[in-house]
Write a protein that binds this ligand. Structure first.
Ligand SMILES: Cc1cc2nc3c(=O)[nH]c(=O)nc-3n(C[C@H](O)[C@H](O)[C@H](O)COP(=O)(O)OP(=O)(O)OC[C@H]3O[C@@H](n4cnc5c(N)ncnc54)[C@H](O)[C@@H]3O)c2cc1C
Length: 370
């Protein structure tokens, strides 16, 4: 056999499997249909999030993945832009929910801050109506569009992983894999094809009740000197991220937001804002679901995202520098899908917006004992 593991897809899930396998001493080949990774893994915030992930196994996966990112950043020379999270509270219902959250095991290491402490921790917060914040030290932020190609290059140099870009996998019948250019033989094959639900294993994926979710994102330039000390989120995130949203205390907040922010909720808008080395902010996002996602980004939805940005951060002026969309597969059954069509093959999808936060631990789970 040419490889111990052949990976389909060079997004973060594929790269996570390549890294985990290379650390076991396996010979790894990665096939990617595009000339570079241009999927969800480079379109995201690069926000490695622990706090707020779904309680239980997924939250544990995020903790492990965060630890692995820290290790990898040192080894592979990947820059961490900033650490931690400040989630602002502006309604008493949020304060009650975050108090309940902080009392669970998921609150480990987090702090509830009063208004002045919150402003001291994140001076860029909009002070209007601010009651306080949840501070979490766990999060990391990386610049995905730089880190993903660098990680692939490091895997090739340091671990001898073979990459073939611009080569679509057309058929997997392990140990034989046929691409648009060649035939490969590998002991095991892991298919990490992201949002490509109509391609490899389409009938099996079709039986999993998956949909696609499309997001709108922006890069904005704040005034010179504006610095985030940590990632910023607001209350709309508390009814999206399952770690908060599945607590009983979320019901009162959801009911209030339904009356006050129905427009944002209808488009799945909430705020994540992270900062890049050049001072620009990556800001989002919205969530629209379906089997087919039109490629047209709505200005009205971008307007809702920017309104939420101004509500959370003191940014009277800002200029939009870039706009883009991204998409990932979603399931209401599970946060990740690991399917085994046969002994030698696994199909691995992160079925929600958490791949940067969970892929490294997920890859360890998949390879464990295989
Ligand atoms: C806008 C946006 C913001 C997000 N923000 C965050 C965040 O901040 N934090 C976080 O944790 N998660 C975030 N996510 C989710 C995260 O980005 C995804 O869960 C993750 O990138 C999925 O990785 P992947 O490798 O499965 O998919 P992708 O990055 O899409 O990679 C899949 C790859 O497989 C390739 N492929 C498919 N079929 C074939 C084939 N037959 N042959 C060869 N190659 C093939 C594709 O070309 C693609 O490059 C966000 C997602 C989006 C879209």
């Amino acid at each position: 056999m040419e490889s111990d593991l052949l990976v389909v897809g060079a997004g973060i899930v594929g790269l996570a499997h390549a890294w985990a396998a290379a650390r076991k001493g396996w010979r790894v080949t990665v096939l990617e249909r595009d000339a570079a990774c241009i999927g969800a893994s480079v379109r995201n915030f690069g926000f490695v999030t622990v706090t707020g992930q779904k309680r239980g196994a997924h939250w544990l996966r995020a903790r492990r993945t965060r630890a692995l990112w820290a290790e990898l950043a040192g080894e592979a020379g990947l820059r961490v832009e900033h650490q931690g999270l400040v989630l602002a509270m502006r309604r008493p219902e949020s304060a009650a929910l975050l108090q309940a959250f902080a009392a669970t095991e998921m609150g480990e290491g987090c702090q509830l801050l009063g208004r002045e402490e919150a402003l001291a921790r994140q001076p860029g917060l909009n002070p209007e109506g601010l009651l306080g914040a949840l501070y979490s030290p766990h999060e990391l932020r990386v610049e995905s569009r730089e880190v993903i190609p660098r990680l692939a290059a490091w895997l090739a140099e340091r671990h001898g992983v073979r990459f073939r870009f611009g080569e679509a996998v057309l058929e997997v019948d392990a140990p034989r894999v046929r691409s648009s250019r060649a035939v490969y033989h590998a002991e095991r094959v892991v298919v990490c094809s992201g949002a490509e639900l109509g391609g490899l294993y389409a009938p099996r994926l079709g039986a999993q009740g998956l949909q696609l979710c499309q997001l709108q994102m922006l890069r904005v330039q704040p005034p010179a000197g504006f610095r985030l000390q940590a990632a910023a989120m607001g209350e709309l995130s508390l009814v999206r991220y399952e770690g908060y949203a599945e607590l009983p205390e979320a019901q009162a907040l959801r009911a209030r937001l339904q009356t006050e922010r129905a427009d944002a909720l209808a488009h799945g808008v909430h705020l994540i804002a992270v900062q890049s080395a050049d001072g620009s902010l990556v800001v989002g996002d919205s969530h629209h679901y379906g089997d087919v996602l039109p490629p047209f980004a709505s200005e009205a939805v971008d307007g809702l995202i920017l309104d939420e940005l101004r509500a959370q951060l003191a940014l009277p002026q800002l200029a939009v520098r870039e706009r883009w969309t991204g998409c990932y597969p979603v399931s209401d059954r599970q946060p990740c899908l690991v399917d085994a069509p046969d002994e030698r093959t696994r199909v691995v999808l992160v079925t929600g917006g958490t791949g940067a936060s969970t892929a490294f631990a997920l890859a360890e789970e998949v390879l464990h004992g295989w």
